[in-house]
Every structure is written in C-alpha cells, then in structure tokens.
Design a protein around this ligand. Structure first.
Ligand code: URA
Length: 484
C-alpha cells in the first residue's frame, strides 16, 4: 500500500483540510498511510503529494458527516498541536467506515483528545476577547493597534467578534503569526508581526489603571484563581497588570483596615410618605423608568423599612438577556445599583471570561430590598422568605414584560423559583433550558455569592467553573450578550 503526504495551508483552514480529507477518503487512503506535513517540513518517507492523485470520479453523492464533527473539526484545526490534522482524519475515517456515533463515546481516546483541543481553542479565544487592549496610533484619527500573543491559530476565528464590537473604529491586531486589520468595512488578514510594530502606551491607560485600582477588592483576592482567569502570560497585554504586584502585596493591610472600620451607615433613607403602589395590572405597558419610580416607594412587604432604598433592575430596555439575582447585598443597598458588590464583581469576571458584554444585559433581582440582620456593627445578608419573593414578584414580572428578553438567567434558587415557579429544584434543574408560558427561554445556575462562600482553593475554583460552564449556554443562543 503506498504512502501519501499532504499539507494543509493555512494550517487552520477548514476548507483546505476538508479538500485533502475528501481526496484521501475518495481514494481509500487509510489514516496510517497519510503523512500530514507541518509548515516547513518535508515528508520523511518521501511520500508523494496526495494532490498528485486525480480527483476521484464523483458519483454525485457527498460523504455524509455529522454536523457535530464538522463543528468540532473547525475548532480543533485552530489548535497548534501538529497532530490535529491526522487525528481529525482518523476520526473521519472511522465515522465513514461504520462508527457513525463515534462522537457520542466520550471514553474514546480520539474523541477525548479532540474535545480537549477544542476546549483549549475556545479558552484561548475567550482570553483574546478579554485581554486584547487597543492603543491609539499616534498622529492618526480613530486608529488603534493591539499586540496579542495567542497560544493557538485563533485570529481568523476571533476577528469577526472585534469587527462587530469595534465596528466604528479602524484597528489592527498584530500577533507573531498572523495579523488582521479592520478599515470599518472589511477584515483583511496578513502575516505575523513584531511587538515593536504596535504603539507602546496611550493616554487612556492611566485612566484604566485608576479604574482598576478602584474596583480591586483586596478582601476577595485569590491569587490562584486570578492567575487561572488572567494567566500571567497575558499580563504583558494589560495596562492594569503593572499595578498587580503592589495591589497584591498591600491586600492584607487593606483587608485589616476594612475589618477595623465601622460598617457604613446608610447614606439615604426612603422618604416616609406613602407612594401608592402601581401593581402589575397597572404597571403593564408602563415604561421601565415609571416602574422604577413606582418601585422606589414599594411597601408590599416589610423589607423596605430597614433597607436604604429599592434596588431596581438596570440595563438596556431591549436587552436580549436578563439576569435575575436573589436580592441586593450591602453594597447594592448603599449604592442603589444591582450587582456592584463582591458577587457582582465575580459575575463581571465570569462574563468577561466568556466574552459577554455586561452593558448589553439587564440585571435585576427577585427581591428588590436588602434583607439583613444586624450583628454588632455589621449588616449580614439574610435570605428572603417566600412571602418577600411573592410580594416583589409583580415588579419582576413587569420588568420581564417591559424588557421582553429572549433568555432569562436565574442566579440561585430564589431567583429560579421566582421565575420558573415554586417547584424549581436547583440541584436537579440547574443548567437545563426551561420555556416560560410566553415562550421566553431560560435556565438557572448557581449564585456568584455561593461561589464566594466556598472554601478558598480547589472547592471555590470548582464552584466557579460550574458557574462558567452553565453561563457558556448563552453562547449557543443568538443575541446572547456576546458581541460575536
Ligand atoms: N446578589 C444578588 O442576588 N443581587 C445583587 O444585586 C447583588 C448580590
């Protein structure tokens, strides 16, 4: 049996790999007789090129391949593993020679390997979306360049995300092996570049550092998790990274200071006069602003009294994705905005890791007042009761009606019960799609506060991965808040 050789060019091209694989299959070239050559390498065994075979006679039939394999192959091809072409060809060969359900066997070593490659590519893509930082090109108007060093061949895969997100800018992303430019109209790909071709720093970086230093919460510092989410290899791309050694070094002292400081007294009280409640029947059709104003005077349950203020939902009126939490915490109660405290920061980190833009989401809570117990000088979160959730539900329903999201993500059991009904069991139903009567789809996942309550270390990391894994479901939904 003769050996053949083939080169996929460019190495991540689905079309080029597919053409080669099709020719190999048509001529019955078994995987062990085909050398997949890497860039710059010749065939060790002097195998002639597969392309020298004549195109096989077509019987008009296409080779039927499951869609899931095509998707997996297009992701795996972006991996930098030199064995990926051969691996995928071997899998394809097995699929067309009787193992059609190959991908449903997660214990198969080829399937396992391909899944791992796919996951690594998706992770690298998320990192690129999160960590690319554009710098202004000096002397040019509205022109930006970013330098980035991905682990895999993901520039072509991720570039459309940046084109949609920064449609109105002229920009380029340079990497050591590939570059891409956007002129406001179309993407143009080119060869790799050098870091020296990208600008070094621009004025907005100081602003960004100031912002980062302000949102950094020393009490939540978990250097292992931080390095997992923001591995040190990406730090060179980030202006804020220069602050990290100092922030990390000083975290212990700052926590002690926070601990010693008295709990802040609420800064603003709800006015005493009774503002009539407009219930769901009258709220229908009202704008969100009117609802917000009405909810500010809500007295449907006793929680309003010790709370500083109503924390109503926030986000675009036409958001496609709505997140529902349980109730505001201490920081939210004081600031009047949802998800700004530690749980909100963890949520931000998860959204960023998944390339989801928080500003496209509508964030709200099942209960809109902070329920707490006072312990000494501290206000400790206390779970809302069913009566509080029920009393607040008209506001939530009115928000859902006004925003009319395509997808609702419930964080934690209280939110899930408020949205999907009292029979919802988070342990059993977590991460599963549900459809509401009006056709809106949704699912529930764990609450970020629950993640933060896990013991620091492996348990907390595992809990965070659970949250991330569930939120990944948004990627399969159109209009998911990702701008890809
Ligand atoms: N937890 C929630 O459920 N909601 C918030 O807004 C903050 C913390």
């Amino acid at each position: 049996m003769s050996r053949w050789s083939v080169r996929v060019d460019p190495a991540w091209s689905v079309q080029a790999w597919r053409d080669a694989a099709r020719l190999g299959l048509q001529h019955g070239v078994a995987p062990e007789h085909l050398d997949w050559l890497q860039e710059g390498h010749a065939s060790l065994l002097d195998a002639p090129p597969l392309a020298s075979l004549p195109p096989a006679e077509s019987d008009g039939k296409t080779i039927p391949v499951p869609k899931s394999f095509v998707e997996l192959a297009s992701t795996c091809l972006c991996h930098s593993d030199p064995q990926r072409h051969a691996l995928l060809y071997r899998m394809l060969w097995r699929i067309v020679h009787g193992e059609r359900d190959l991908l449903t066997n997660p214990a198969d070593p080829d399937v396992l390997r391909a899944m791992a490659l796919g996951q690594a590519v998706r992770r690298d893509s998320h990192k690129m979306k999160a960590f690319v930082r554009f710098r202004e090109v000096p002397g040019e108007d509205n022109a930006f360049i970013a330098w980035f060093e991905p682990e895999h061949h993901i520039v072509d895969r991720v570039a459309p995300f940046f084109a949609r997100r920064f449609a109105g800018m002229r920009w380029a992303i340079l990497t050591p092996t590939r570059s891409v430019r956007w002129d406001g109209q179309e993407l143009a790909f080119g060869p790799g570049s050098k870091q020296a071709d990208a600008p070094v720093e621009d004025a907005r970086e100081e602003l960004w550092r100031t912002y980062y230093a302000n949102i950094f919460n020393p009490a939540r510092l978990n250097t292992r998790m931080m390095q997992q989410e923001m591995p040190t290899r990406y730090w060179k791309h980030l202006p804020e990274a220069s602050l990290l050694p100092t922030l990390v070094r000083d975290a212990g002292d700052r926590v002690q200071e926070m601990h010693d400081r008295e709990a802040q007294a609420p800064q603003r009280r709800i006015p005493e006069q009774h503002i009539p409640l407009r219930g769901p029947a009258t709220a229908n059709g009202d704008s969100l602003d009117e609802l917000r104003t009405a909810a500010a005077g809500c007295r449907r349950c006793p929680l309003w009294e010790p709370a500083t203020q109503t924390v109503f939902g926030e986000g675009p009126r036409d958001a496609q994705v709505m997140f529902v939490g349980e109730q505001p915490g201490d920081s939210e109660d004081l600031s009047g905005h949802p998800f700004v405290g530690p749980a909100g920061q963890l949520l931000n980190r998860a959204l960023q890791a998944l390339g989801i833009d928080r500003s496209t989401l509508y964030l709200t809570n099942a209960v809109k007042h902070f329920r707490y117990e006072r312990r000494g000088k501290k206000r400790i979160h206390s779970k809302p009761q069913v009566t509080h959730i029920n009393a607040c539900r008209p506001w939530l329903l009115a928000e859902i009606e006004q925003v009319s999201p395509k997808v609702i993500v419930c964080l934690g059991a209280s939110a899930a019960r408020a949205v999907f009904g009292p029979g919802f069991n988070l342990g059993r139903d977590r991460g599963r799609w549900h459809t509401l009567e009006d056709g809106t789809r949704g699912f529930a996942t764990v609450h970020p506060s629950w993640v933060l309550r896990q013991p620091v270390g492996a348990a907390q990391e595992e809990a965070y991965r659970l949250l991330l894994g569930d939120l990944e479901r948004l990627s399969t939904h159109a209009g998911n808040g990702r701008t890809e």
